[in-house]
Write a protein that binds this ligand. Structure first.
Ligand code: GLN
Length: 481
C-alpha cells in the first residue's frame, strides 16, 4: 500500500481508490507485524472493521465526512465508551469507560476509525514511556532507545507507520518530546483550544490534548476537527476555529519574524546545534527574519513545573481510592486500609513520588514556600513570552536537549529524566501552542525543531512548519527504510 499521509488516505478514499475496510485491514496487518514495539494497550479490531463497513456504506451513498475512513490511534488517557481506558496504570486496568472523551467524540463524528488505545507513561507522568504498567514502548528507529513520553505509544506508532495519525496529551512536553525523539510532528495546541472533557486529568491547568502526524498539513486537517468550545469543559475556548489547512496552502504569509531565545540554544551540544542552525538557514532563505531574544525565567521552568504539576496531580488522583471504580485491594480490612492498600497496589513508583511531592508542597507551612513561589515563577515565565511576542511572530528552538536516550538509562535518576523537558515545560506554564517537527538526525536518531506561537496562533505555527517541510524531507524519512 502506498498511502502515507492522512492527506493521501483521505484523497484515496474520496476517489474510491480504496475502501475504509481495506485501509483498516492494512493497518491492522502492520500493527501485528510490529507487535514488539508495544505501542498498543488495547486493539479494537472488531469494532474498527464494523465501523469501516458502515462508513463504506455511507461513502457509497456519497455521504462523506471530513475524515471518513481515516484510521487513528487514541492515547489511553482518553475515555472511550465500552473500551478499556487504563491511563497506563494498574489502577485502571479494569476500567471500561461509560462515555467518550470530547476529542474521541469529535473524531468519531468526523468519520475516523479507532485502531486501538496506545501505551503511555502511567497517568502521563514520564518522559520515556517506561513508567507504564504495560511495559516500555520502543523507539522504531532503534529498539534499544526510548520513544519519549508520556505519549510514547502514540508517537512510536505514527513513526513506525502502523497508524497514520494519533492523539496525545501534553502537560509538560508529552506530545512534543516523543514527536522529536521519534522523528514525526507533534502539535500541542493553546491551553483551552481543545476540550479536556473525558481526558483523565494529570495537572488540569497544564494538560492539553493534541496530535501526532507525519507532516504539518495532516496536523492542520485534524486540529480543525478536535478544536472548539465544549460546554462540558468550562476552560475550553470560544475563540473561532480557523481552517488551518486552507490557511497553510493559500495564505502568502512567509516573512515571519522568528525569535531564537538564547536560553534555548546556549547549552546545546554540537550535533543538535548544527541541525538547529541548518534549519534556521532554511527559514531565512524562505524569507523569515531572525532575531535573538531572551526568555530570562525559562531556566526556572522545570523547577516551577515540578511543583505545580505534582501539586495538581496529588489533588486529581485522590479520586482513585478503590471505592467507585478502579483497582480495589483484596487485603483491606477497614475503610482506611481499603484506601491505603488499593492506592499502594494500584499506583506505580513515579506516580507515588509525584503524589508525595505534591501533597508536601501543598501542606500547611510549605504552601507559601513552594506552591505559591512556583505560581509566581509561572507568571514571570508567561510575561517573558508575552514580551517576546511583542517583537516576534514565532519562537524557535530545539524540542529536546539531545536525541533519544537508551531504555533504562534515566530510570534511576528522576532529575535527569525531568530535565529532558527543559525546552518544553515553559510553554505549558504559559498556556501557549507549540509544535515539534523533524529537523535531522544524530547518530541515526531523529532530532526535533520546536516552533512556539502566541495564544491561538496555531495557524502560523502550522504555516511555518508547512513551508519548512516544502524545503526539507526529514519528515519523509521512515525507520528501517
Ligand atoms: N515529562 C513530563 C512529566 O513527566 C511531562 C509529562 C506530560 O506532558 N504529560 O511530567
Amino acid at each position: 500500500m502506498t498511502y502515507k499521509s492522512v492527506t493521501e488516505i483521505l484523497e484515496a478514499i474520496k476517489k474510491k481508490d480504496i475502501s475504509a475496510t481495506e485501509i483498516t485491514k492494512d493497518y491492522f496487518k502492520r500493527i501485528k507485524a510490529s507487535d514488539d514495539l508495544n505501542c498498543f494497550i488495547t486493539l479494537t479490531e472488531d469494532s474498527a472493521l464494523n465501523r469501516a463497513k458502515k462508513i463504506d456504506k455511507d461513502i457509497s451513498k456519497n455521504n462523506l465526512k471530513p475524515l471518513s475512513g481515516l484510521p487513528i490511534a487514541q492515547k489511553d488517557i482518553f475515555c472511550t465508551k465500552g473500551v478499556k481506558t487504563s491511563c497506563g496504570s494498574k489502577m485502571l486496568d479494569n476500567f471500561i469507560s461509560p462515555y467518550d472523551a470530547t476529542v474521541v467524540d469529535k473524531l468519531n463524528e468526523a468519520g475516523t476509525i479507532m485502531l486501538g488505545k496506545t501505551n503511555m507513561d502511567e497517568f502521563a507522568m514520564g518522559s520515556s514511556n517506561e513508567t507504564s504498567f504495560y511495559g516500555a514502548v520502543k523507539n522504531p528507529w532503534d529498539y534499544e532507545y526510548v520513544p519519549g513520553g508520556s505519549s510514547g505509544g502514540s508517537a512510536s506508532a505514527v513513526a513506525a507507520r502502523i497508524s497514520p495519525c494519533s492523539t496525545g496529551t501534553d502537560t509538560g512536553g508529552s506530545i512534543r518530546q516523543p514527536a522529536s525523539l521519534c522523528g514525526i510532528c507533534g502539535l500541542k495546541p493553546t491551553y483551552g483550544r481543545v476540550s479536556r472533557f473525558g481526558m483523565i486529568a494529570f495537572a488540569s491547568s497544564l494538560d492539553q490534548a493534541g496530535l501526532f502526524t507525519t507532516d504539518a498539513l495532516d496536523a492542520a486537517i485534524l486540529l480543525k476537527e478536535i478544536s472548539g468550545h465544549d460546554p462540558k469543559d468550562s476552560t475550553s475556548s470560544t475563540v473561532e476555529v480557523p481552517n488551518y489547512h486552507d490557511y497553510c496552502i493559500n495564505s502568502d504569509k512567509k516573512n515571519f519574524t522568528v525569535g531564537i531565545p538564547e536560553e534555548f540554544v546556549n547549552d546545546l551540544n554540537d550535533d543538535v546545534k548544527n541541525s538547529f542552525y541548518e534549519s534556521v538557514k532554511i527559514l531565512e532563505n524562505i524569507g523569515c527574519k531572525i532575531k535573538t531574544i531572551n526568555l530570562k525565567h525559562t531556566g526556572l521552568g522545570v523547577s516551577a513545573y515540578q511543583v505545580v504539576a505534582p501539586a495538581e496531580c496529588s489533588s486529581n488522583l485522590s479520586r482513585f481510592d478503590g471505592v467507585r471504580y478502579g483497582h480495589r485491594s483484596k487485603k483491606s480490612e477497614s475503610l482506611e486500609s481499603l484506601y491505603r492498600e488499593s492506592r499502594s497496589e494500584g499506583f506505580g513508583k513515579e506516580v507515588k513520588r509525584r503524589i508525595l511531592v505534591g501533597t508536601y508542597a501543598l501542606s500547611a507551612g510549605y504552601y507559601d514556600a513552594y506552591y505559591l513561589k512556583a505560581q509566581k515563577v509561572r507568571n514571570l515565565i508567561a510575561q517573558d513570552f508575552s514580551q517576546a511576542f511583542e517583537k516576534v511572530d514565532l519562537i524557535l528552538g530545539p524540542t529536546t536537549p539531545d536525541k533519544a536516550f537508551k531504555i533504562g538509562e534515566k530510570m534511576n535518576d528522576p532529575i535527569a529524566m525531568y530535565l529532558s523537558d527543559v525546552y518544553t515545560v515553559s510553554t505549558n506554564l504559559a498556556g501557549l501552542p507549540a509544535m515539534s517537527i523533524p529537523m535531522g538526525f544524530k547518530e541515526g536518531m531523529p532530532l526535533g525543531l520546536q516552533i512556539i506561537g502566541n495564544h491561538f496562533d496555531e495557524k502560523d505555527i502550522l504555516k511555518l512548519s508547512y513551508l519548512y517541510q516544502k524545503e526539507t524531507d526529514w519528515h519523509e524519512q521512515e525507520p528501517g527504510a
